[in-house]
Design a protein around this ligand. Structure first.
Ligand SMILES: O=C(O)CCC(=O)C(=O)O
Ligand SMILES: [Fe+2]
Length: 279
């Protein structure tokens, strides 16, 4: 027994998802199923990954941390940057999508918190690495982006975008009463290019092209965020939708640019970076 396995035992439904025993027969079969699904569909969803006791702990913890979170207004094109003026006017790639979130950056989530311990668990990282088919995978080294907790308010959504990193994992901590569906185009682009026709049709409102599936709180979802255009549909009802975002990188030690972090996290991070430059 050690601290790593303790935290996984305290949170994860290991009967259903034997991530501590990937070497034995049942664990190997489970891992193979996840890898096959990822390879065939570009995503892998583990509903009920966090058991009900674990979910209560994580939801309470997030509830205690979120009052310190920043209210962010995030405005970006689907590629995450500012508008590319060379793109023709009227093209949805020029459009900036805006959404509002109450969001905790990694530096606001204590090291001893359960969610941080879960994200930092090498055993979980190794499971994600294997499902994503990578020879190496690390926690993202960016001090703000590595682990985030995002609460989307009722009436809001999460605008369509690609992530900056390929391997994304999301953990739903509180589902919306209605709506708030994670919606995506799995692997609609690759390092070689984008299936622009599908992206155009999706951005014009053709939701028939998008993948979505029912998820309840406790679901862990793996997908390739850098290659899969994605977002969250309108949150209906009275409850905010709360997710933890686990970010990974194939390269160790890589961080995001200050410009990107200021664009995402706003004045708090701008102040931190300015103070650091001044000292
Ligand atoms: O909340 C979700 O399910 C997705 C969030 C997301 O795409 C992101 O934070 O980059
Ligand atoms: Fe994303």
């Amino acid at each position: 027994m050690n601290a790593q396995t303790d935290v996984l035992r305290a949170l994860v439904d290991l009967e259903r998802y034997p991530i501590l025993d990937l070497g034995d027969e049942r664990g190997r079969a489970f891992l193979r199923e996840c890898c096959d699904h990822m390879a065939a569909h570009g995503w892998c969803n583990l509903d009920g990954f966090i058991h009900s006791d674990g979910l209560r702990l994580l939801a309470d913890e997030a509830g205690g941390l979120l009052p310190d979170a920043q209210h962010l207004t995030i405005k970006r094109t689907i590629y995450g940057g500012t508008v590319d003026r060379s793109v023709p006017e009227g093209d949805p790639r020029r459009r900036e999508y805006t959404h509002h979130a109450l969001q905790l950056a990694d530096d606001q989530i204590p090291a001893q918190s359960l969610i941080q311990q879960l994200y930092r668990s090498d055993l979980l990282t190794d499971f994600v690495r294997r499902v994503q088919g990578k020879s190496e995978l690390y926690h993202y080294a960016d001090e703000f982006q590595a682990l985030n907790i995002v609460a989307l308010p009722p009436g809001g959504w999460h605008g369509w975008h690609y992530d900056y990193n390929e391997c994304t994992v999301t953990l739903l901590l509180q589902a919306a009463e209605k709506g708030g569906e994670f919606t995506f185009l799995p692997d609609v682009r690759s390092a070689e290019g984008e299936d622009s026709e599908r992206v155009d049709r999706f951005l014009a409102g053709d939701m028939s092209l998008a993948k979505t599936f029912s998820r309840s709180a406790g679901a862990l979802t793996l997908f390739r965020g850098e290659y899969s255009l994605h977002g969250v549909t309108k949150i209906e009802g009275d409850l905010p939708r709360i997710t933890a975002i686990f970010t990974y990188d194939e390269q160790p030690g890589r961080v995001a640019s200050d410009e990107i972090n200021v664009r995402i996290y706003g004045p708090r991070v701008e102040r931190i970076l300015a103070e650091r430059r001044a000292s």
